[in-house]
Ligand binder design. Structure first.
Ligand code: ZN
Length: 340
């Protein structure tokens, strides 16, 4: 097929943007930057870790002897709640080129396990279930006061994650951030045109084509999107229509936990390293509307390109023109699928 051998561009309907795909370039010799693989074995408890049970954090607070998940307010939050020293920024028409707004929000840390040395890939589906539930509890708590609650995990030193202790973050805000605003807008436009959600139709086609399906069970599927930007980027999608993560049933979370474990083990096997990535969930904003155009999904963005030490850089053409990839999404699917 032409798409697998010829340079071409693909359209990302969620973001309303194009990506340049250049098959064949993967064969070029690599003289670029080599990272150091994280191979050092971590202790089960690190007395210097601010997330381990019983340790005192930088704020002076002491972590409880937690045995499952543990949530606390980020000691260095990127946003503060309204009661804090929020700034009032006056804006006038003539200031359109110097637009700024006050923001408020909440930032929390979710520890996935008391064990310092584990990653989600090494946890049982039951333990992964607990972490998903902890995220959902946070959404339920924060949704009454915030328009958007972003839950995410930033894993690995390569992603700038400062602490190997398994943890994720929750950032709630009084505004809908850029990525969400774009997905909201583009799903809305599609829904108005087709009377069916974009990602529901998309997954249906992918399940028929099978070219980019990494793994699936009765409720969920993992695919490398047709328009994937990162070399081994995946999306986790439900096989049923659901706008919001807080509406998931326990059975649906159970099968999601099983699917997540499979995906993360495959990621670790790919380059025989604990795969670094950024991942997070997208769903309808908390705006008291029906949001039928929305379909819940997760994005996984791992940065590695061809080994544990060679990562993909988003520089040059990507910074100045548009994203580009060498390995086709179909090749990436084949490689991941073989490791499930
Ligand atoms: Zn999304």
């Amino acid at each position: 097929m032409l798409l697998l051998t010829q340079p071409h561009r693909r359209f990302n309907p969620l973001k309303n943007e194009w990506i340049l795909v250049s098959p064949g370039r993967t064969k070029r010799p690599w003289n670029g930057k080599q990272e150091t693989a994280q191979t050092e074995q971590q202790p089960t408890h690190d007395p210097n870790c601010n997330l381990c049970p019983g340790n005192t954090r930088a704020s002076g607070e002491k972590n409880p002897q937690y045995t499952s998940t543990f949530v606390f307010q980020n000691d260095y939050p990127a946003m503060r709640d309204e009661s804090g020293d929020s700034v009032s920024i006056e804006q006038s028409e003539s200031d359109a080129l110097f637009n700024a707004e006050a923001v408020h929000g909440a930032c929390k840390v979710v520890c996935f396990s008391p064990r310092h040395d584990l990653t989600l890939a090494q946890m049982t589906p039951e333990q992964i279930f607990q972490t998903i539930s902890a995220f959902i509890n946070q959404m339920n708590e924060l949704k009454t006061q915030h328009h958007w609650v972003q839950v995410f995990e930033n894993k690995g030193a390569l992603m700038g994650c400062s602490n190997p202790h398994p943890h994720g973050q929750v950032w709630a805000s009084n505004f809908v951030p850029n990525e969400l605003a774009r997905e909201d807008e583009n799903q809305k436009i599609y829904f108005e045109k087709h009377s069916s959600p974009l990602l529901v139709n998309y997954l249906e086609s992918e399940l028929n084509k099978k070219e980019r399906v990494v793994t699936e069970n009765n409720e969920w599927a993992v695919i490398v999107p047709f328009w994937a930007t990162w070399p081994f980027e995946t999306m986790v999608l439900p096989k049923f229509h659901i706008s919001n993560m807080t509406a998931l049933t326990n059975d649906q979370i159970t099968s999601l936990a099983e699917m997540t474990q499979k995906l993360l083990i495959a990621y670790d096997r790919l380059f025989e390293t604990s795969m670094p990535y950024s991942m997070g969930w997208h769903f309808a904003p908390f705006n008291n509307q029906e949001n039928a155009h929305w379909q819940l999904h997760a994005h996984y963005y791992p940065p590695l390109l061809r080994s544990a030490t060679v990562k993909k850089f988003m520089v040059g053409y990507e910074m100045l023109a548009q994203a580009q990839r060498d390995l086709t999404p179909e090749e990436a699917t084949q490689q991941l699928k073989a490791l499930i």
